[in-house]
Design a protein around this ligand. Structure first.
Ligand code: SAH
Ligand code: SF4
Ligand code: F3S
Length: 463
């Protein structure tokens, strides 16, 4: 087998970041990455199993791989479908040599050695026992300005519909010290934005007991050179007020919280085993809305969970109206293997799910059309992501994680990718903002610029 590899990644940000760590580990072991599977000795497929017959898609793709057999190629299936299907993958696709879930990646060097020695049925499967996390200093981050750090892996929540506790293992956090070492190293390498990752990032518990989640956010936000700290995904059950206070007090913490609600009906939330009610969730919304900064809120929703009535669904729509999210990722309930919901009658016909999804997205688009209007004429700090030369625009991202397309007439040169600059918002659309870069003001030093989006007066002084 030639020591070249090709990797394809599906799924969430945790999977994308796992691939960065897997790539770094392979490179460390002397493998060279190629961009075309035809040139690769080892083909890795990092899979996702969250919805929609994911395992069937994997086997379909593996069938395509089969056509490449006989060219000395080896195949590895890793990630959530690997963990879920386990050794069954060898039965259905005997040309696969390695099947490994994410909780076993720390053993990759050893698994690779066995692969090189000619073994053909290597497994790295998790039994929900391990307390270890996958930490490596050899992470091949794809973006030189903005990078992920996994602070907590796995999930112990067992929501009735979800595969993640079965595919990602037990909930386990890294020590705050090791997170800070990684963050400092990234800053030294020139990263200005760090995003903490975890299936439930705010369930973080420092094994050394030194820092709470909010304290860790602040500690990284205060590293000299850091401009932005993000975190995803938060779980309402463990969402505490100190997170909002930390954002208010620390300008480098981005003013955005992704807090998936899943449903606006307490009855459905109970059936989903989410362990909170609509009112509990709305109380957390009120904390966020009472903040001094304008904190953007986004969510995930599921429509058509078994037993969801028209009245339940209506509660989800009224929740949208009440919260006014800046973005919602909505999905039709999809029965998944091993989960409790798979044994509940999937009572909602697909046409009804489709219709509810359409109603939800239409309503949300209207809300965003109106709610994004609050940004008109605001001055927003944007990080440059790319240049759209066809439209003569720069594509940037705001602290609230919104896309801002802007022109740069006042500047002599195109601002480089990764730089930050002030942009006046001139138009708002339901999914993005449009603006115009403004000339550097007095608070600009060394090309660095920062304006926290404080829109509400902090104190009213009466005398
Ligand atoms: N840990 C996060 C969610 C991670 S999964 C949380 O608890 O909020 C990402 C999203 O996929 C979920 O928020 C949910 O909306 C969706 N999802 C998960 N399982 C699903 C299923 N079986 N059918 C449809 N959507 C699902
Ligand atoms: Fe899945 Fe629930 Fe865990 Fe989120 S909290 S990953 S939805 S089981
Ligand atoms: Fe998919 Fe696994 Fe992420 S199922 S969404 S890749 S945790």
């Amino acid at each position: 087998m030639s020591k070249t590899f090709y990797i394809e990644t599906f799924g969430c940000q945790m999977n994308a970041h796992d691939s960065e760590k897997v790539i770094g580990t392979l490179e460390r072991q002397g493998y060279a990455r190629v961009q075309d599977e035809v040139d690769a000795g080892l083909i890795l497929y990092n899979t996702c199993s969250i919805r929609d017959k994911a395992e069937q898609k994997v086997f379909h793709r593996l069938n395509e791989y089969k056509k490449m057999q006989g060219e000395g190629k080896r195949f590895a299936v890793i990630g959530c479908v690997a963990q879920q299907e386990g050794e069954k993958i060898f039965e259905r696709a005997p040309y696969v040599s390695l099947v490994a879930g994410s909780a076993s990646y720390r053993n990759l060097p050893e698994m690779l050695a066995r692969l090189e020695a000619g073994e053909t049925r290597i497994t790295g499967l998790d039994d929900r026992q391990t307390d270890e996390t996958f930490e490596t200093e050899f992470t091949a981050r794809s973006n030189p300005h903005r990078g992920y750090i996994t602070i907590i892996e796995g999930c112990d929540k067992f929501c009735a519909y979800c595969v993640v506790p079965y595919t990602r293992g037990k909930e386990r956090s890294r020590t705050a010290a090791s997170v800070l070492v990684e963050a400092r190293k990234m800053v030294d390498e020139g990263f200005t934005e760090i995003q903490f990752l975890g299936q439930n990032v705010n369930s973080y518990r420092d094994p050394s007991g030194r820092m709470s989640f909010a304290e860790l956010l602040v500690a990284v936000g205060e590293l000299p050179g850091i401009r932005r700290v993000r975190f995803t995904t938060s779980h309402p059950r463990h969402f505490t007020r100190d997170i909002v206070e930390a954002i208010d007090a620390t300008p480098t913490l981005c003013d955005h919280i992704h807090l998936p609600v899943q449903s606006g009906s307490s009855a459905v939330l109970k059936a989903m085993a989410r362990e909170y009610t609509r009112d509990w969730y709305l109380e957390r919304m009120s904390w966020i809305k009472a903040a001094k900064r304008d904190i953007s809120i986004t969510s995930d929703m599921i429509v058509g969970f078994p037993g969801e009535t028209d009245e339940d669904f209506e509660q989800t729509i009224t929740l949208l109206d009440e919260v006014k999210y800046d973005a919602v990722f909505a999905f039709k309930f999809s029965p998944r293997p091993n989960t409790p919901a798979v044994t509940m009658a999937d009572s909602i016909p697909d046409e009804v799910k489709t219709e509810r999804l359409r109603i939800l997205m239409d309503r949300q688009r209207e809300i965003q059309r109106e709610h994004y209007g609050r940004h008109l004429n605001e001055l927003q700090e944007c990080m440059v992501e790319s240049h759209n030369l066809v439209r003569n625009q720069v594509v940037g991202r705001s602290s609230q994680n919104k896309t801002v397309n802007f022109t740069t007439a006042v500047l002599d040169v195109l601002p480089p990718v990764g730089s930050y600059l002030p942009v006046r918002i001139t138009q708002t659309l339901p999914n993005c903002l449009v603006g115009e870069a403004v000339a550097a003001g007095p608070d600009v030093s060394d090309g660095m610029f920062f304006i926290p989006t404080v829109r509400k007066p902090q104190f009213v002084v009466l005398n």
